[in-house]
Design a protein around this ligand. Structure first.
Ligand code: ADP
Ligand code: MG
Length: 250
């Protein structure tokens, strides 16, 4: 589902991603851990082409992201083509970024109606099903500010799912939440994983990584230092940098 081949990203002179190689299979839940500043968010943003990579190749669902390769050369896709690729990928951020002036239901309906031109009645039905799935059908008419952070994040997940993505990216989805609200969001993500969604999850929730993750990736300094099953990486980390990091967070 995702293949990163020697992905580099520079911001000016700052070399943030320094040759990321990673494969994520269809249906896999890949959890990503690593110290602050190691490039985790940048990597997620490169996967859906919110950031252009400086070198390397990135494929999602068999498609080269952002480019067409012709005779060994890369040609950037048109905006509309990039937008079409991006629609396959749902993203959930640390901050929920819901539209504050729209109801919960309207938030979830917005992209299908505006971007995919799904008829409103149909979009409403899909949105209600998704709100049911994240346990918030009874809050459909509420506004974001009337919800807890955990509820808002569940709406954000429903909103991402409304576009029927084949890949979901999560960037520290529970980091901004009060501790007692973390569990309800992780439960929704676990349910999604059990439903077969391919997921890349940047998280500090080691319990989630251990229980739900198929693979665990440790990033540091813009590279993948170590990758294995959560049991392998958490239980017997091979690299000194992984050991040092885990000794601080476990
Ligand atoms: P992480 O998510 O692992 O904490 P980030 O991907 O956010 O790491 O950041 C990695 C590095 O890239 C940091 O040093 C950060 O300052 C830098 N960086 C991120 N975004 C930008 C940007 N838009 N411009 C310049 N530097 C950036
Ligand atoms: Mg980050």
């Amino acid at each position: 589902m995702v293949v990163a081949d020697n992905v580099h990203k520079h911001y000016g002179r700052t070399h943030v991603l320094r040759g990321i190689d990673l494969e994520v299979r269809r249906g896999e839940v890949c959890c990503v851990i690593g110290p602050s500043g190691s490039g985790k968010s940048t990597f997620l943003r490169c996967i859906n082409h919110l950031e252009k990579i400086s070198a390397g190749r990135l494929w999602v669902n068999g498609q080269l992201m952002g480019y067409r390769e012709k005779g060994g050369r890369l040609h950037e896709l048109r905006e509309s083509e990039i937008a079409a690729q991006r629609r396959e990928i749902g993203m959930v951020f640390q901050r929920f970024n819901l539209f504050p002036h729209m109801s919960v239901l309207a938030n979830v309906m917005e992209a299908p109606v505006q971007v995919k031109r799904v008829p409103r009645d149909e979009a409403r039905g899909i949105a209600m099903d998704l709100l049911e799935r994240v346990g918030l059908a009874d809050r459909a008419t509420a506004y974001p500010e009337q919800l807890s952070g955990g509820q808002q994040q569940r709406v954000a997940i429903a909103r991402a799912l409304a576009m029927s993505p084949s890949l979901m990216l999560f960037d520290e989805p529970t980091s901004a939440l009060d501790p007692e609200l973390v569990g309800e969001v992780l439960d929704v993500m676990k349910d999604l994983a059990e439903g077969g969604m391919t997921m890349i999850v940047v998280t500090h929730e080691m319990g989630f990584a251990r229980e739900v993750g198929d693979t665990l990736v440790f990033m540091d300094g813009g590279v993948v230092v170590e990758r294995g099953t959560p049991r392998e990486v958490l239980g017997s980390p091979q690299h000194e940098r992984t050991q040092a990091f885990l000794s601080k967070v476990l």
